[in-house]
Design a protein around this ligand. Structure first.
Ligand SMILES: NC(=O)c1ccc[n+]([C@@H]2O[C@H](COP(=O)([O-])OP(=O)(O)OC[C@H]3O[C@@H](n4cnc5c(N)ncnc54)[C@H](O)[C@@H]3O)[C@@H](O)[C@H]2O)c1
Length: 371
């Protein structure tokens, strides 16, 4: 099998989808790996390290796509990559289709098999290829929130943890999954007063057991969210409904309830965002302000810490890539129902009703595509 690893082109995306140790394993198993020149540099992985591991270095992205059967990436294909995609390609990367009609239309037209990291499931129903990035994004969300609360950044000028005699900031986290618990750990560790909200009572019980005393759990519903917003210095958006667009939990009208200079970090922006006024931003220009509330909407937060995130990602993705290469795509998916859950689109049809229905795209059945 021919595996391609293009250089990521999204703004400040410094991760790379396969590291040299992965290249060595693939080439020893008889596969050819084509790596674009400079693909690893954001993670300080040199072309020489890839060549020594057995990769063929190619100077242009187009050549990598032409040479490869499976393209392994980090972020969804960008418009400049669309012309390279063929119907016989398998793309193994993050897609987050529900957040982008343009991307969904482009992949329907390209007809490639789109295997999305974020919907691959482990036997227990968890998301093994999303979890490591959510751990990082949850922790970074609090670093960013603390920074943007500072007055010179436009924030209201409150120290997240306070000091004796002066109250700490109040952090409200919407969604107590992987992003939520990691944001809560950092916020609580910095001394903030934290409220973490979820609709899953079992999850709230777990969070209550494991998080420190400065974290309060609170059942999430629209009334509770409206009531808590006036006291919030920071709101973190961390909800997920697998495969679907994120539900809107804070409307434009709700923003008026928040303090001037407070900060919203909507980590769920990659699935469309749970704050009505949010839109995706970049690491180059991460924030904008609406109604005096700072909005942070970077959709590839882990891209800023590649020395951590490249390894965290590839530790999780590589065993699946190896199975796809060794067995061929269809057999690998037939033998692993959790991996097959990652197949979002192929041959111009979508396999997730949550994407096909809102965008009016053809809905197919994975079992039929695999038969
Ligand atoms: N921006 C980035 O760079 C980045 C990086 C990693 C993950 N993410 C995104 O962060 C989001 C969260 O990911 P995760 O891994 O934590 O998901 P998760 O499945 O672990 O957790 C989501 C939680 O949201 C809860 N939830 C659902 N509806 C809710 C509601 N109405 N109110 C409150 N809680 C609700 C669920 O019960 C669940 O506990 C996803 O969209 C993911 O793609 C973004």
């Amino acid at each position: 099998m021919n595996i391609g690893v293009p250089r990521e082109v999204k703004n400040n995306e410094n991760r790379v989808a396969v590291v040299p140790s992965g290249v060595e394993t693939l080439t020893k198993a008889g596969h050819a790996v084509f790596v674009e020149v400079g693909a690893g540099l954001g993670t300080s992985l040199t072309d020489d390290a890839y060549a020594a591991a057995g990769a063929t270095l190619l100077p242009a992205a187009r050549e990598v796509w032409v040479a490869s059967d499976i393209i392994c990436k980090v972020k969804e294909p960008q418009p400049e990559e669309f012309p390279f995609i063929r119907p016989d390609h398998t793309l193994f990367t993050y897609f987050h289709f529900a957040a982008s009609r343009a991307l969904s239309d482009a992949m329907q037209e390209a007809r490639a098999a789109c295997l999305a990291y974020e919907t691959v499931e482990a036997p227990d129903g968890t998301l093994p290829l999303l979890t490591p990035m959510s751990e990082i994004a949850g922790k970074m969300a609090m670093q960013e929130a603390a920074k943007y609360l500072e007055k010179p950044q436009g924030g209201r000028g409150i120290l997240l943890g306070g000091i004796p005699g002066v109250p700490a900031a109040h952090v409200v986290i919407l969604g107590g999954g992987v992003v939520g618990i990691n944001a809560a750990k950092i916020a609580a560790g910095m001394g903030a007063n934290v409220t973490i909200m979820d609709i899953n009572l079992e999850r709230l019980r777990y969070l209550d057991d494991v998080l420190p005393a400065n974290v309060t759990t609170y059942f999430s519903n629209p009334l509770h969210i409206r009531e808590i917003l006036p006291s919030a210095d920071v709101v973190i958006g961390a909800v997920l409904i697998k495969g679907a667009r994120a539900p809107i939990l804070v409307s434009q009208a709700d923003l008026k309830r928040m303090k001037p200079g407070s900060v919203i970090v909507d980590v769920a922006v990659d699935q469309g965002g749970c704050i009505e006024t949010m839109h995706p931003t970049t690491h180059a220009v991460p924030v904008f302000t609406v109604d005096e509330v700072i909005h942070y909407g970077v959709a590839n937060i882990p891209g800023a810490v590649p020395a951590t995130s490249t390894y965290a990602l590839t530790n999780a993705t590589f065993p699946y890539l190896l199975a796809l290469a060794n067995k061929g795509v269809k057999r690998a998916l037939r033998e692993d129902a959790g991996l097959a859950k990652g197949l979002n689109a192929a041959d111009g049809q979508f396999f997730l009703a949550e994407v096909a229905q809102p965008f009016g795209l053809p809905l197919g059945k994975v079992e039929e595509w695999l038969s």
